[in-house]
Design a binder for this molecule. Structure first.
Ligand SMILES: [Fe+2]
Length: 180
C-alpha cells in the first residue's frame, strides 16, 4: 500500500483491507480496517479494469467514500496523469454503486466500524487474490494514488490534491472541502 499513500512512511496496520473472492455470481467481499494512516482514511489500492467491464458494489456495513476517476484518452491510450472526470460518492450500508466501465475506482472507510462491501467483479482461472487479471493497478501505482487523497480533518473527510496529476477536468466533490 505504501506506494499509493499520501504519506508513504506513516505507520499503519499491516493489512489495510481483507478480501474473500467469490467471483461475479457468488460475489467478492472486502472488509476495510477503520482509522487513518498519516491522516488519510484507510483505503483500497484502486484500479482500472482492462476491459469494458462495469462493476457493482453493495455496501453491507459501515460508511465510506467511493472515488471514481476517468482518464483522458489520447490516440486510444489512457493518460495516467490526466483525469477527464473525478467524482466523490459518500456511501453507507444499504447503498449500491455502479462503477461504469473504464472508470478507475477505490473505496475507503470513513466510519468507526468495519466498512464492508460485496462486488461482482469476475474471478478468472489463475487469478491471485490481490491482483486479479481484469484489473490494472500499475497506473495508480505510478501516480501514487488517485487525483485526490481523502484525509481526516477535525473528524471529517476533506480532500488533498495529488500533485503528480497534470490536469483534472470535471470535478464533483459531493461537498467535501479541498485543502492544501
Ligand atoms: Fe474493480
Amino acid at each position: 500500500m505504501r506506494e499509493v499513500l499520501m504519506s508513504p512512511d506513516a505507520a499503519g496496520p499491516a493489512l489495510h483491507y481483507h478480501m474473500i473472492r467469490g467471483g461475479s455470481e457468488k460475489r467478492n467481499i472486502t472488509v476495510w480496517e477503520s482509522g487513518t494512516v498519516g491522516g488519510e482514511y484507510i483505503k483500497a489500492y484502486g484500479h482500472y479494469h482492462v476491459d469494458d467491464l462495469p462493476e457493482t458494489y453493495w455496501i453491507i456495513e459501515g460508511e465510506g467514500i467511493v472515488l471514481l476517476q476517468k482518464l483522458v484518452v489520447e490516440n486510444g491510450v489512457s493518460e495516467p496523469d490526466k483525469v477527464e472526470e473525478f467524482k466523490v460518492l459518500k456511501v453507507k450500508a444499504g447503498d449500491e454503486v455502479k462503477i461504469p466501465a473504464r472508470w478507475g475506482h477505490l473505496a475507503l472507510n470513513t466510519g468507526k466500524t468495519w466498512f464492508v462491501t460485496a462486488d461482482d467483479s469476475p474471478l478468472e482461472i489463475g487469478d491471485s487474490v490481490s491482483m486479479p487479471k481484469h484489473a490494472d493497478y500499475s497506473m495508480v501505482q505510478k501516480m501514487r494514488g488517485f487525483a485526490y487523497y481523502v484525509v481526516e480533518k477535525d473528524g471529517a473527510p476533506v480532500l488533498v490534491a495529488n500533485p503528480l496529476y497534470k490536469e483534472v477536468g470535471t470535478m464533483n466533490f459531493s461537498g467535501l472541502p479541498l485543502i492544501d
